[in-house]
Design a protein around this ligand. Structure first.
Ligand SMILES: NC(=O)c1ccc[n+]([C@@H]2O[C@H](COP(=O)([O-])OP(=O)(O)OC[C@H]3O[C@@H](n4cnc5c(N)ncnc54)[C@H](OP(=O)(O)O)[C@@H]3O)[C@@H](O)[C@H]2O)c1
Length: 350
C-alpha cells in the first residue's frame, strides 16, 4: 500500500514571557492552531524546565512534547514573536526582533501610543522611542487593513477591547454627546501571575473593589482610539471582582437624537454584521460565562432611559479577546491564515 504524505509547512512562533498568564493562554490556544509550531518559549525563572512542569494543564499536547523554556531572549528565532511581557520590558526586547525582520505582536502597553508623552504620563516611565516600522493597533474589528501590513502589532489593553467595541458604532454614527462613561468589572487574572495583597483571596472574595478610579492608564488608550472614528471624552472606572477571568463593561452615553432601543440594535447589527468574534445580543444581557475561554466579545443590553441615556453592556474574557486570543487573531490576519484558526472555543457556561 502506498501512503501519501502531505507535508505542511508550519510557521515558527515564539513566546517571550511564557510563564505568565497571557503566555500560558497563548500556549493553550496555539496547541490547536493548525498553521503554527511553537519553537521557543522564554522564562528567566524557569529556564531549562519542560513546559508541562510549569503548565501541567498542557500535559498531553503532542506538539509541545519537546518544548523547554529558554532563559536568554537573544536565542529566540522565529517568524512571529509574541511578547507577553510587562510594559517597559517589551520595549527592551521588541526592537531586537524587528531589526532581524521578525514580525512581533506585543501584548504590553509599550507600543499602543503614537503620542509617547501620553504613554510616559500614564505609565510613569521613559519610553525608548518607537521603531521605524509599520505599527498597527491590534483591534481587528476597527483596524484590520493596517494589521495585515504591520511588522509590529500593539495588542490592545483588556479594558480598551471591551470598552471600544461596546461604543464604537454609536461614536462612528455621531449619535452620542461627547462624554462617555465606562464602568468595568474585571477578574483577578488581569493582574498577572504574581500574587499581591490586592489579589490575595480574602481581600478579593466577597468584595467588589474600585481602583484607579479616575486615573487608570487604559482611559487614554480608549479615548485616543475612539477619537480615530469620532469625537469623545472618556471617563473610566475599573473594579476588581471576585472572579478569575472576564471583563464586564457597562457603557453610558447620552443620545443626540431621539432613537429607540431597536434603532440602536440595528446600528450594531449593521456595524458588526461580518465580524465573527462580536456577537450582538438583541434581546438579552451578555454574561461573562458565555465568553469564558473564548475570543468573543458579546455586546447587548441596548436600552435608552427617559433622560436619553443609552446603556450598552459588553463581555470579554480578559485573557482571550482581551489578550492572547486577540493576539492570535492578529497573527492570523498578518499571516493570511483563516481569522478564526485556533480560536473556535465555545464559552464555559455555567
Ligand atoms: N493578564 C491580562 O489579563 C492581560 C490582558 C491584556 C494585556 N496584558 C498585558 O500582557 C503582558 C503580560 O501580562 P501577564 O498577565 O501575562 O503578566 P504576568 O503573568 O506577570 O507574566 C509576565 C511574563 O513576563 C516575563 N518577564 C517579566 N519580566 C521579564 C524580563 N525582564 N525579561 C523577560 N521576561 C520577563 C515573566 O517571565 P519570568 O518571570 O518567568 O521570566 C512572565 O512570563 C503585560 O504587559 C500585561 O499588561 C495582560
Amino acid at each position: 500500500m502506498i501512503t501519501k504524505k502531505i507535508l505542511v509547512m508550519l510557521m515558527d512562533v515564539a513566546i517571550v514571557g511564557a510563564t505568565g498568564y497571557t503566555g500560558a493562554e497563548l500556549l493553550r490556544l496555539l496547541a490547536r492552531h493548525d498553521d503554527v509550531d511553537v519553537c521557543y518559549i522564554t522564562s528567566r525563572r524557569e529556564a531549562g524546565k519542560h513546559v508541562f512542569k510549569v503548565h501541567p494543564h498542557l500535559k498531553g499536547v503532542d506538539k509541545y512534547k519537546e518544548l523547554y523554556f529558554v532563559g536568554d531572549v537573544d536565542k529566540v528565532d522565529a517568524d512571529i514573536v509574541f511578547t507577553a511581557t510587562p510594559h517597559g520590558v517589551s520595549m527592551s526586547v521588541v526592537p531586537k526582533f524587528l531589526e532581524r525582520g521578525v514580525r512581533v505582536i506585543d501584548l504590553s502597553g509599550d507600543y499602543r501610543f503614537e503620542d509617547l508623552s501620553l504613554y510616559e504620563k500614564y505609565y510613569n516611565i521613559k519610553h525608548v522611542g518607537l521603531p521605524d516600522v509599520k505599527i498597527a493597533y491590534g483591534l481587528p474589528e476597527l483596524n484590520r487593513e493596517n494589521i495585515k501590513k504591520a511588522q509590529l502589532v500593539a495588542n490592545p489593553g483588556c479594558f480598551p477591547t471591551g470598552a471600544i467595541l461596546a461604543i464604537a458604532p454609536l461614536v462612528k454614527e455621531g449619535l452620542i454627546e461627547e462624554r462617555v462613561i465606562f464602568d468595568s468589572k474585571t477578574g483577578v487574572s488581569g493582574a498577572g501571575v504574581n500574587p499581591t495583597e490586592t489579589t490575595h483571596f480574602p481581600n478579593v472574595n466577597e468584595n467588589i473593589t474600585p481602583y484607579k478610579i479616575t486615573k487608570h492608564r487604559h482611559a487614554p488608550e480608549i479615548e485616543k482610539e475612539l477619537n480615530k472614528i469620532g469625537r469623545v471624552k472618556v471617563s473610566f472606572t475599573p473594579h476588581l471582582a471576585p472572579i478569575t477571568r472576564g471583563i464586564l463593561t457597562t457603557a453610558h452615553a447620552f443620545l443626540t437624537e431621539d432613537i429607540s432601543d431597536n434603532d440602536i440594535i440595528d446600528i450594531y447589527n449593521e456595524f458588526y454584521g461580518r465580524e465573527f468574534f462580536v456577537r450582538i445580543f438583541s434581546d438579552d444581557i451578555p454574561r461573562l460565562t458565555y465568553v469564558r475561554g473564548t475570543n468573543f466579545c458579546d455586546i447587548g443590553g441596548f436600552e435608552v432611559d427617559c433622560h436619553g441615556r443609552v446603556v450598552v453592556v459588553s463581555c470579554i474574557d480578559n485573557l482571550v479577546k482581551g489578550a492572547s486570543g486577540q493576539a492570535i487573531q492578529n497573527m492570523n490576519i498578518m499571516c493570511g491564515f483563516r481569522e478564526e484558526e485556533g480560536l473556535l472555543d465555545i464559552g464555559l457556561n455555567p
